[in-house]
Design a protein around this ligand. Structure first.
Ligand code: SAM
Length: 252
C-alpha cells in the first residue's frame, strides 16, 4: 500500500504492508520515550497475563503510542477529541486490525463515563487543560494502578522560562502559570485544524513543578517517581531542562 493519504503530523507507525505513516521520520515505536514507558509497564505488568490489563491513552493524536501498547499485548484504547486526528487513528486501526486496539472520539474530561483502566497514559495533554489539578483527581478516580504522565510544567519565580507564560498565580488550588492557546472565542475551524492544541479551552494552566507533584499525590497516588531515562542521553540532551517537561510515574 502507498503511504496513507492523510498526512500524519507526529506519529510514525509501521503498517502491516511495511509502509509507515510518516516516511523519513523515526518510528514512534523506537523513540526513547516509548521504550521508557514500555520498560515501566514491563515492571508492573509482566508480559504473561496482560491481555486483560487495560490502558487508556489520553489525547492520543494519531494513535502511535496506543498502537505500541496494543502490540505489547495490552488492551489499549486511545481517546482523542479532534476529528482530524481521530480519522488518522481510525485509518491505522483499519490497517492493523488488532482486536485489542480501540479508538474513541471524545473529550478526556468525560473519562468518568468509561470503565476504570489499569493504566492511564497521559502524554502531551495535561498542559493543554485549564484545570489540570481537577483533572488529575479524575485520573486518580479512574486509574486502578498506574498513571504515566509526560508533561510540561512551569517553574518558580526568577527561573528563565522558554515559553510565553503568565506570572505565577494560584488557580484550581495550586500555583502555576497560564499559557494562551487561542483567542477567547476562537474560530471553531481554527481549533479543529490545530492538531496538537487544547480542545474546549482557550488557555491552559501549567502547574508549577512542585505543585504538579503534590497534585498527583493529592489525586490518590501514594508513590510518584520521575523517569528521566525517557531522553536518549541525560548528559548531552537538555530536553528536560529546556522544555520544562518530564516523565512521571504515579502508583496507586
Ligand atoms: C500535544 S498533542 C499530544 C499527542 C500525544 N498524546 C503525544 O504525546 O504525542 C495533544 C493531543 O491532545 C488532544 N487533546 C487536547 N485536548 C483534548 C481534550 N480535551 N480531549 C481529548 N483530546 C484532547 C489534541 O487533539 C492532541 O491530539
Amino acid at each position: 500500500m502507498d503511504s496513507p493519504l492523510i498526512p500524519f503530523t507526529a506519529h510514525n507507525i509501521e503498517l502491516p504492508d511495511g509502509t509507515v505513516t510518516r516516511p523519513g521520520a523515526s518510528l514512534t515505536a523506537k523513540e526513547p520515550v516509548t521504550q521508557a514507558v514500555l520498560r515501566t509497564l514491563d515492571l508492573f505488568f509482566p508480559p504473561a497475563g496482560r491481555a486483560h490489563t487495560t490502558v487508556i491513552d489520553l489525547g492520543c493524536l494519531e494513535g502511535g503510542y496506543t498502537v505500541e501498547f496494543a502490540r505489547a499485548g495490552f488492551d489499549a484504547t486511545g481517546l482523542e477529541a479532534r476529528e482530524v486526528n481521530f480519522s488518522r487513528c481510525q485509518l491505522v486501526a483499519s490497517q492493523l486490525r488488532l482486536p485489542n486496539l480501540h479508538f474513541v472520539r471524545d473529550d478526556v474530561r468525560n473519562l468518568a463515563q468509561y470503565p476504570l483502566f489499569d493504566v492511564v497514559f497521559c502524554s502531551g495533554l495535561l498542559y493543554h487543560l485549564d484545570r489540570p489539578a481537577t483533572f488529575l483527581k479524575l485520573l486518580g478516580e479512574r486509574s486502578r494502578r498506574l498513571l504515566i504522565l509526560q508533561t510540561h510544567y512551569s517553574l518558580g519565580s526568577g527561573v528563565p522560562a522558554h515559553f510565553d507564560l503568565s506570572e505565577l498565580v494560584e488557580h484550581d488550588g495550586h500555583l502555576g502559570r497560564w499559557y494562551r492557546e487561542f483567542a477567547e472565542e476562537p474560530d471553531p475551524d481554527e481549533v479543529e485544524a490545530s492538531n496538537w492544541s487544547s480542545y474546549g479551552n482557550s488557555r491552559s494552566f501549567w502547574l508549577e513543578r512542585s505543585h504538579l507533584i503534590q497534585a498527583i499525590r493529592d489525586a490518590g497516588f501514594s508513590t510518584v517517581y520521575e523517569q528521566p531515562d525517557f531522553v536518549a542521553n541525560n548528559v548531552t540532551d537538555h530536553y528536560i531542562e529546556e522544555q520544562q517537561r518530564s516523565l512521571f510515574v504515579a502508583v496507586r
